[in-house]
Design a binder for this molecule. Structure first.
Ligand SMILES: [Ca+2]
Ligand SMILES: [Ca+2]
Length: 216
């Protein structure tokens, strides 16, 4: 009788471990926008136009948090109507950049960006362990007018990537000097902390041990 109850306990423990592993696996497979509503830092002068630019009508600078609030503008919205925009010919706006802090390390698998159509938009990421900025690449100019979503105007299709990041840095280059971002999304999964990995490892070892016992 004692042996039977011991066996019941080990099976229960094994099931608990299995549940734990399955829940971690389920979390890991969820592909969510990990940049959503994370802290945004703007460097440089934003929202100032050169004199007589012709873009004064409808010019509104969006708040920094709108770059990763999960909301796109309608495609072909005027480039400087509510976006995070700058005119690189204005003093202090020559080297503007936007940093999004993910507040943790993530494995990134997809990216979507909405930005002005007729410029190159450069993206870098901070490697969480090397603590180095690494260039992902840039979105080229696209046909259309004003704010256009890349890689696809459906605002859903992701550009597939694979790297680990803790921050993103966004910049732009010529172009016509009028630059704007209105949405940046990065999809991925959290990289487990060492403690979680240890727990998972112990769980697997425990499960293997229990299986051996049951077979005996
Ligand atoms: Ca937005
Ligand atoms: Ca432009």
């Amino acid at each position: 009788m004692i042996k039977k109850s011991a066996k019941f306990t080990t099976v229960t423990v094994a099931m608990l471990f299995l549940a734990l592993i399955l829940s971690i696996a389920a979390t890991a497979s969820a592909d969510t926008n990990v940049a959503l509503n994370k802290p945004v830092t703007l460097s440089g002068e934003f929202g100032v136009l050169r004199s007589n630019s012709g873009w004064e009508t409808g010019a509104i600078l969006g708040s920094p948090s709108t770059i990763n609030d999960g909301i796109f503008f309608p495609e072909r919205t005027q480039w400087n109507s509510g976006s995070i925009w700058w005119d690189s010919t204005v003093s202090g706006s020559e080297n503007n950049s936007i940093v999004i802090d993910l507040q943790g390390a993530y494995h990134i698998t997809g990216i979507i960006t909405q930005a002005d159509n007729n410029d190159k938009y450069y993206m870098e990421y901070l490697h969480p362990i090397a603590n180095m900025w690494i260039m992902i690449g840039w979105w080229p100019e696209v046909d259309g007018w004003g704010l256009m979503t890349r890689p696809d105007g459906d605002q859903v299709t992701q550009s597939l990537v694979s790297f680990d990041a803790s921050k993103f840095r966004l910049t732009a280059y010529p172009g016509d000097g009028y630059y704007a971002y209105s949405e940046f999304q990065a999809f991925g999964t959290p990289i487990p902390e060492p403690a979680t990995m240890l727990l998972l490892g112990l769980g697997l070892m425990g499960l293997a041990g229990v299986r051996k016992k049951i077979k005996k």
